[in-house]
Each structure stands twice: as C-alpha cells, then as structure tokens.
Design a protein around this ligand. Structure first.
Ligand code: SAM
Length: 370
C-alpha cells in the first residue's frame, strides 16, 4: 500500500499504540495502587479487611488481564505489519497520545460487539434485520448472489460485511480507521478456531460494576471462524479510505446493487454528501438499507466546526432529502438496542435506531439541489 506522509504518520502511531498497550494498561493500574496507598490508614485498612474483595489482589488480577489483552493487541499489530506497513520498525516506536491509547481499549471492547457470543442480542437487533432483508430481496433459489454487489461503508470490525459475504453475496467493506482495519484484517484472516483467545473488555473502567469479578470478566473471541466461510467462493474485500473519497467519483458510479449502512450515517459532517455518494455508487433501482440512530459524531467538535461546518438533520428532514433525491422508502421501522453494551453494568446506553429499506430511482429525476 502507498501512503502520503500524514497517513503514514497515523498508521505508525496506530501500530505503535497496539504495541504500547501493555505498558499503558499496567501504568493505569499502577496509578490506582498509588491512589490506594494515599488513602487514610482507616480507609485502607477497611478495604483490605474485605477478604472477598481485596483491592490490591484485584489490581494484580487486572494486571494479568492487561497482559492477556496485550497478547491480542500485539498479535493484531504483528499480523498487520506485512500487509499495511512492511517497513514499520517495532524497535523504534514513536510517542503515542493518551487518546490513541484509549482507542486500543475501545477497539478491544468493540471485538465483543462483532465477534463474541456475548453480544449476540446486539447483533440480532441490528445486523439480523439487514440480513433478513437481503434474504427476502434476493432469495437464494432465484439469484446468483455472487453477482449481487453489496457495499458496507463504516464496516468497523467487519462482522456485518462478513455475514453478508457468508450468505454468498459479493461484499465490500469500507473503513477509514486503522484501528478497525488492522483488527478486522486479523479477525477475517488470522483466526483459526472459535474461542481462540480471550479479552477482558471492561478492565479500563472502574465505574458501574456490581462486583469486582465483573470488571475482570473474560470474553471468548471469536464465535465464528470467518476463513471457514470465506474460502468457499464468497467474494469479500475491504477497501481502506474515506467513504466520500473512495466512492464519490465516476469510477464508482453504478458499482453496487445494495449499500448497507449500520450505525454509520451520523458519522458524516454533512449527511447529504453521504446520500450523494450512496446514490452515485448504486445502480439505478439499487437498494440502500440503513440501521442506526442520528447521533451526529461531529456536532460538538469545535475544532472541526471551524474549517468544516457540520449540519445535523432530523430524521424527517433526512426523509425529505431522500425523497427529493429519488430514494423511495419501501420499509421503515424502529427498534431498541445497546451499542457495545454491557448487560451487567449499572449503566447502559439504549438507542432507538431506525431501520429502512429504500430503492433509488435515478432516471427522470431533477438533480437534487442542497
Ligand atoms: C459507529 S461505528 C459502526 C461500525 C459498524 N458498522 C457497527 O455497526 O458496529 C462507525 C464506523 O464508521 C467508520 N467511519 C466513520 N466515518 C467514515 C468515513 N468517512 N469513511 C469510512 N469509514 C468511516 C468509523 O471508523 C467506525 O468504524
């Protein structure tokens, strides 16, 4: 792969962040030890006398969990080097910001959503309606599914795109985050058995746990081995890059029969430009299937507002725009789900994402004016 200087710098930081995770994790736990040592004698004594919940022992257990997580983090980076950045020097890691390090922990947490038995309910609520819709639009007995080209922008850790390819469709995932790209590459190409490894997704937050055991909870990954399905004739690829840039020009015009977006369209600064690109890459009569909320990611990003102002449409504004652009809505419903939720936690964000199936009619339409 070829990168410009800025891109190369980001990739270097991301790979380094995976390698530095172990040190980062132990440092966070060491800080807790320090805070504990600063408590008053009475408070320390009180906590240490709770033999079922000895806090210092618990911190040692969390150190072991970090070690286990780091095995996965390092495996992801090591597998990615030959593919993404062969000249990367493991012995010369740059400084990596705290924000980048937190992304390693949240990527590990996201592994639970896409690749564990634990999150089957979340996938049932969000991915399964999409998969069922594809089954009913393109029944297996009357379609050569390998000729149906489906794009999944913002494909995250790749599970939805994989599930679509496993049904026999030609599927391309698209992602611009190297955390996601490296981890999905590892999951899709490098795991060879179910429950091959375990992660401890909740160790980096000390809040909202009912018990200490819960904080150290172990989640087995993966629940399915992608290579077993993808080697049997499914056409599956991942395209790295910004959705608007990769699919916005003439070369992507009419390339796909279906675009599937899941928890994605609200990542836009201007969702209308996503609609333009979805329309561009769909064939006339192609389908856009969406599942997700409108939690606009850039709404409160003051830095980005300066150079690139954002616009946050309501759902009814979005439907007006879709109608004007030639998207005919065939189905529209809403559902309820968590996202990277943790059922045992005392806090869980609940979304009411909307699900729709629309069909683009390109011919005889006036050009949409934004
Ligand atoms: C909220 S996550 C959803 C991931 C996955 N679809 C799911 O349902 O779990 C949104 C994803 O879109 C990716 N993303 C955001 N903006 C993008 C863009 N302009 N081009 C490609 N990917 C993008 C992010 O990196 C992130 O992985």
């Amino acid at each position: 792969m070829e990168y410009d200087e800025e891109e190369e710098k980001i990739l270097k930081q991301v790979l380094s962040a995976f390698f530095l995770y172990r040190q980062y994790g132990h440092t966070l736990i060491q800080q807790k030890r320090k805070f504990m040592s600063q408590l008053s004698f009475d408070h320390k004594d009180l906590l240490l006398q709770d033999t079922d919940n000895n806090f210092l022992k618990h911190l040692s257990r969390l150190d072991d969990c970090v070690k286990q997580n780091s095995v996965v983090a390092e495996a992801i980076a090591k597998a990615g080097i030959p593919v993404f950045y062969p000249s990367f020097d493991v012995n010369n890691l740059p400084h990596v910001s705290n924000e980048m390090m937190q992304k390693v922990s949240s990527t590990l947490k996201q592994l639970t959503r896409d690749w564990s038995e634990e999150s089957v309910d979340e996938r049932q609520a969000t991915y399964v309606p999409i998969l069922q819709e594809l089954d009913s639009l393109f029944p297996l007995d009357s379609n050569d599914r390998s000729q149906i080209h489906i794009l999944v922008p913002g494909s995250g850790l790749g599970r939805l795109a994989f599930d679509i390819a496993a049904k026999g469709f030609s599927c391309q995932g698209n992602e611009f985050s190297y955390f996601m790209l490296l981890t999905s590459y590892y999951m899709l190409n490098c795991v060879s058995s179910t429950s091959e490894f375990a992660i401890h997704p909740y160790i980096h937050s000390f809040s909202n746990h009912v018990t200490r055991d819960h904080q150290a909870e172990k989640v087995a990954i993966p629940d399915v081995v992608p290579a077993e399905y993808l080697n049997h004739g499914a056409f599956f690829s991942m395209a790295a890059g910004d959705f608007l840039e990769v699919y916005g020009d003439k070369t992507s015009e009419n390339r796909f029969h279906v675009v599937v977006t899941c928890f994605f369209i609200d990542t836009a600064k201007n969702v209308l430009s996503y609609l333009d690109v979805i329309k561009n890459c769909l064939v006339d009569g192609g389908y856009w299937i969406n599942m997700g909320p409108l939690l606009y990611h850039f709404e409160n990003d003051c830095a980005s507002q300066h150079e690139n102002p954002t616009i946050e449409l309501t759902l009814d504004q979005l439907f007006y725009a879709m109608d004007s652009m030639g998207f005919n809505v065939l189905k529209h419903e809403s559902t309820t789900t968590s996202y990277m939720g943790d059922k045992r936690s005392m806090l869980e964000w609940i979304y009411h994402p909307h699900f729709w199936v629309s069909r683009i009619q390109k011919a005889n339409l006036q050009q949409f004016v934004a």
